[in-house]
Ligand binder design. Structure first.
Ligand code: NDP
Ligand code: OXD
Length: 318
């Protein structure tokens, strides 16, 4: 008898219901979005798939043996708290999510390289003026976070011709790319014309993109001033410092997909900044069908006695 799975995903309910229709054959699915499941006895159930779960979920689901995240980042899940200790928490790692993130990152780097914010302004003003155009090979993109997403984005940026360097907590040897770890942050920043943030939100990375960091980026490169791009988590950026750096000539532009508070307030000055691109945490939304497939695969491994993959190190927070 297969253990049921609890699903508590704060995603659009119709997309979840549709994806669940063909998922988990032979296994009961307890979708917490259905009113009939409110207050249901969840004891004895071994699996839970969650994203921004109800804070009381694990008081009811005391016997879970594995928890699956609906996203690649797990800060929301850890922040809610109440997770049973020593139960593995598995991140969502999937080709579709990785491809989408790399599309977004490459798009933003090209957009700033090719001066699209300025050309779009010129178009609105019916103003014809060709701007100076550096080549990608002369521009260094520094990727902060060389995990699943950072490495794929770095590879694809290289295909577009950018010179790419990377920084991560532990040392990495990546072919054709200079990498820095931990203490090498200042040397890494000093090379970056474009800084791409693909870090998880942890105690160590909260507020890391701040005025002190922006001041260490390379000035006077082919783009004039450095560009800041972030699709990791908004809690890692200090928005007041981004605005001050833009106004003070420390940053030349930014592309932001994530924000300190989401949705971004209609009053935020970021919306109206001339060289700032704002997207609504949409760089790489989880494909719910792919998510179910990934969880099925991991449960199959677990039930075959194989180790779960992509397990979060709860002490590190990612
Ligand atoms: P991974 O866990 O695979 O990679 C995280 C990377 O960050 C690793 O290279 C890790 O270093 C590095 N890192 C973590 N902490 C530190 C630190 N203190 N100092 C230096 N480096 C650090 O995560 P993913 O690549 O899969 O995802 C990254 C993040 O992207 C997610 O956590 C999520 O927040 C965000 N995301 C955003 C989406 C969006 O739509 N905007 C969609 C999906 C994810 P090391 O290699 O040494 O462990
Ligand atoms: C994720 C996200 O972490 O969508 O997957 O932000």
């Amino acid at each position: 008898m297969k253990s049921p799975i609890i699903v508590d995903l704060k995603f659009p309910p119709d997309a979840v219901a549709k994806a669940l229709a063909g998922a988990f054959p032979g296994r009961e699915v307890i979708n917490m979005a259905e009113p009939a499941n409110a207050g249901r006895d969840l004891s004895g159930i071994e699996y839970a798939l969650v994203w921004k779960q109800d804070p009381a979920l694990f008081e009811l689901a005391k016997d879970v043996k594995a928890i699956f995240s609906g996203g690649a980042g797990v800060d929301h899940i850890l922040r809610v708290g109440g997770l049973p200790e020593h139960v593995p928490l598995v991140r969502f790692v999937d080709r579709s999510l990785t491809d989408r993130m790399s599309e977004w990152v490459v798009l933003q780097c090209l957009l700033h390289l090719r001066q699209m914010p300025a050309y779009l302004r010129a178009q609105r003003n019916r103003h014809w003026e060709e701007l100076a155009q550096p080549e990608a090979r002369d521009v260094t993109v520094g990727v902060m976070g060389l995990g699943v997403l950072g490495q794929d984005a770095a590879r694809k940026l290289k295909v577009m011709g950018f010179h790419v360097v990377g920084w991560s907590r532990s040392a990495k040897a990546l072919e054709g790319m200079q990498t820095f770890d931990g203490d090498g942050l200042n040397d890494f920043l000093a090379q970056a014309d474009i800084l791409v943030g693909l870090l998880p939100l942890t105690e160590e990375t909260r507020g890391i993109y701040n005025k002190a960091l922006f001041a260490k980026l390379k000035q006077g490169g082919p783009l004039g001033k450095p560009i800041f791009i972030n699709a990791g988590r908004g809690g890692s950026q200090v928005e007041a410092d981004i605005l001050a750096a833009l106004h003070g000539g420390i940053l030349g532009g930014a592309s932001l997909d994530v924000f300190e508070t989401e949705p971004l307030s209609a009053n935020s000055a970021l919306w109206a900044e001339p060289n700032v691109v704002v997207t609504p945490h949409a760089a790489a939304a989880s494909d719910v069908v792919a998510l179910m497939r990934h969880v099925e695969g991991q449960i199959a491994r677990h039930e075959a006695g194989l180790p779960l993959e992509h397990v979060v190190d709860r002490a590190l927070g990612y």
